[in-house]
Design a protein around this ligand. Structure first.
Ligand code: GLA
Length: 428
């Protein structure tokens, strides 16, 4: 196994040198994996899991079962309804695409009834629309839904995906026998994908599965993965969104600085446009996913989505914050009884600021904050232009550094602002 270092017992000197060489080699290969040139900004696209799960019943539910038809329809809509134009590019398959067995040459294969054209033809179709195709596999012996796992077949599976023209791999972590299996497997697959020579975004769940046993080493994880899930699966509920935000702020010291071009914390899919979130809660998810520099992977039904949810997901100003080229993740700046303030540094000395009303009772909550406390004291020094982006766009004008920003936030909702630095013109 590539990752195992030789024991030092018998040949201390020689083994030490080998160890050094192996570490150096790992470092180089790891760095190359991180440097796959991909995900320089958070990945944007669509992922089937939250909305469509593992629906195999194409007889009775042909429109919502996991089939090539579902992905072809989503591909069509991603182009015709403007999703691709605003940046949603990766159309991603999650669990349950596979046949229950590998083929005669041990390769993974798509279920022949549900994907009669196979993945290669689907990839061609998706590429013909100018989109990219994502697929799903598992580092362990089985996928979470019980389909064949990649353990023992990492090279073969990486090559199979590359041959098919796949552009992203979500690699799940179910059914691992040990921590070593999990960690070595995630690393090995990263290198295997790299060796295929095809550009494949590598989406991991390594820290999520590792955390119950020991603390993830994020510097290490970042060397191998383009994004990584830290926390439980999102579901279509306000409770789920709140838990993800609470987890993220609780661990922000550990995770925020690790994120940057090429590697991102992944708080899981956007569930905007489904059933469980109110309008204000959908605004909160969009605003905070932008602040968190999160991959924007929608899991919804693009055939049936309200104009309001569509406009929110396609909001170019908010997407621009998410995709800001500086690539710094935001953090929770303060938490009071009823309000949380989050902020994110952006390029050109701009800042994004989100204010959440935590109250789930009453009406809009009035909140005032001194602008000098935002953006590490420099965002509005000596002044800044403030634009409210969500829930609706409003130019609020110029703020001096001694002034206060007042707002009203709906229960469970968020107001998102952008602060642009106003520089003094030096007169000689
Ligand atoms: C795990 C992952 C989910 C999804 C399912 C599929 O729970 O965390 O995102 O991929 O498996 O079975």
């Amino acid at each position: 196994r590539v990752m195992k270092l030789r024991s030092r017992d018998q040949w201390p000197g020689c083994a030490l040198m080998l160890r050094f060489l192996a570490l150096a080699l790992c470092g180089v290969l790891g760095a190359r994996a991180l440097n796959n040139g991909l995900a320089r900004t958070p990945t944007m696209g669509w992922l089937h899991w939250e909305r469509f799960m593992c629906n195999l019943n194409c007889q009775e539910e042909p429109d919502s079962c996991i089939s090539e038809q579902l992905f072809m329809q989503m591909a069509d809509l991603m182009v015709s309804d403007g999703w691709k134009d605003v940046g949603y590019e990766y159309l991603c398959i999650d669990d349950c695409w596979m046949a229950p067995q590998r083929d005669s040459e041990d390769r993974l294969q798509a279920d022949p009834q549900r994907f009669p054209g196979g993945i290669r033809r689907l990839a061609n179709y998706v590429h013909s629309k100018g989109l990219k195709l994502g697929i799903y596999a598992d580092v362990g012996n089985k996928t979470c839904a019980g389909f064949p796992g990649s353990f023992g077949h990492y090279d073969l599976d990486a090559q199979t995906f590359a041959d098919w023209g796949v552009d992203l791999l979500k690699f799940d972590g179910c059914y691992c026998d040990s921590i070593n299996h999990l960690e070595n497997g995630y690393k090995y697959m990263s290198l295997a994908l790299n060796r295929t020579g095809r550009s494949i975004v590598y989406s991991c769940e390594w820290p999520l599965y590792l955390r119950p046993f020991h603390k993830p080493n994020y510097t290490n994880i970042r060397q191998y993965c383009n994004h990584w899930r830290n926390f439980d699966d999102v579901s279509d509920s306000w409770q789920s969104i709140k838990r993800i935000l609470d987890w993220t702020s609780f661990y922000q010291e550990k995770i925020v600085d690790v994120a940057g071009p090429g590697g991102w914390n992944d708080p899981d899919m956007l569930v905007i446009g489904n059933f469980g979130l109110s309008w204000d809660q959908q605004v909160t998810q969009m605003a905070l996913w932008a602040i968190m520099a999160a991959p924007l992977l929608m899991s919804n039904d693009l055939r049936q989505i309200s104009p309001q949810a569509k406009a929110l997901l396609q909001n170019k100003d908010v997407i621009a914050i998410n995709q800001d080229p500086l690539g710094k993740q935001g953090y929770r700046l303060r938490k009071e009884d009823n309000v949380e303030v989050w902020e994110r540094p952006l390029s050109n000395l701009a800042w994004a600021v989100a204010m959440r009303n935590l109250q789930e009772i009453g009406g809009p909550y009035s909140y005032t904050i001194a602008v000098v406390s935002l953006g590490r004291g420099v965002a509005c020094n000596p002044g800044c232009f403030v634009t409210q982006l969500l829930p609706v766009k409003k130019e609020l004008g110029f703020y001096e550094w001694t002034s206060s920003l007042k707002t009203q936030i709906n229960p469970t909702g968020t107001v998102l602002f952008q602060l642009e630095a106003a520089r003094m013109v030096q007169k000689n």
